[in-house]
Design a protein around this ligand. Structure first.
Ligand SMILES: Nc1ccn([C@H]2C[C@H](O)[C@@H](COP(=O)(O)O)O2)c(=O)n1
Length: 183
């Protein structure tokens, strides 16, 4: 009988039996960290788009987590409206994005060389935070607004900074069991 154990596979990619997490390496850990981001997105009070972000270091440890929410202590002070005659009556000037909160909530000295798992492709302001924080990889679940200037500027920023971006939206039992309608 062959002693060679069968490799696991995800999306047809063979994953070594002994999995050492390495940013940008075998992707079999993506699903678990994206599931964590998706779970935390559920904590968001945004009635339209709930976003979760999970930062993982090169050892495969979670070092930051966040979701889109109003600033600490002001959770009830601002509207969640998307549209209003005056932009100041919408959520946009006030809401803290999931990536900002994940970086601010970091449990390590820094997040240099880390991977951020985020349920929505980062906006340009978050791309700047990602670059300046030293994060090197972005894994995203969905890209809800691909044609907006914010998304296109974000892609330009991340590409210029050499930050890898990959989408992991493969329907897997783990994600779907957490109900992947949180973006
Ligand atoms: N990179 C991003 C982009 C957006 N968000 C948050 C900000 C809002 O709460 C929500 C988007 O609202 P929509 O325009 O879809 O009604 O997503 C974020 O956390 N990170």
């Amino acid at each position: 009988m062959s002693s060679k154990r069968k490799h696991n596979e995800i999306n047809g990619d063979p994953v070594p039996d002994k999995h050492l997490y390495k940013a940008g390496g075998p992707k079999d850990d993506d699903i678990y960290f994206m599931a964590v981001a998706l779970l935390f997105a559920k904590k968001s009070l945004d009635p339209n788009t709930k976003v979760g972000a999970c930062i993982v270091n090169q050892e495969g440890n979670i070092v930051g987590i966040g979701y889109n929410k109003m600033p600490n202590g002001c959770e009830d002070e601002f509207p969640w409206e998307r549209k209003a005659e005056n932009r100041l009556e919408t959520k946009y000037p006030y809401v803290c994005h999931a990536e900002l909160n994940a970086i601010m909530n970091k449990t390590s000295m820094d997040v240099k060389g880390c991977t951020i798992y985020v349920t929505l492709y980062p906006c340009n302001e978050c791309a700047k935070l990602i670059i300046q924080s030293g994060i090197r990889h972005v894994v995203y679940l969905t890209n809800k607004y691909p044609d907006t200037e914010e998304t296109q500027a974000s892609q330009r920023l991340l590409d210029a900074a050499g930050i890898t971006q990959r989408q992991r939206n493969d329907p897997c039992s783990l994600l779907s069991s957490i109900d992947s309608s949180a973006e």
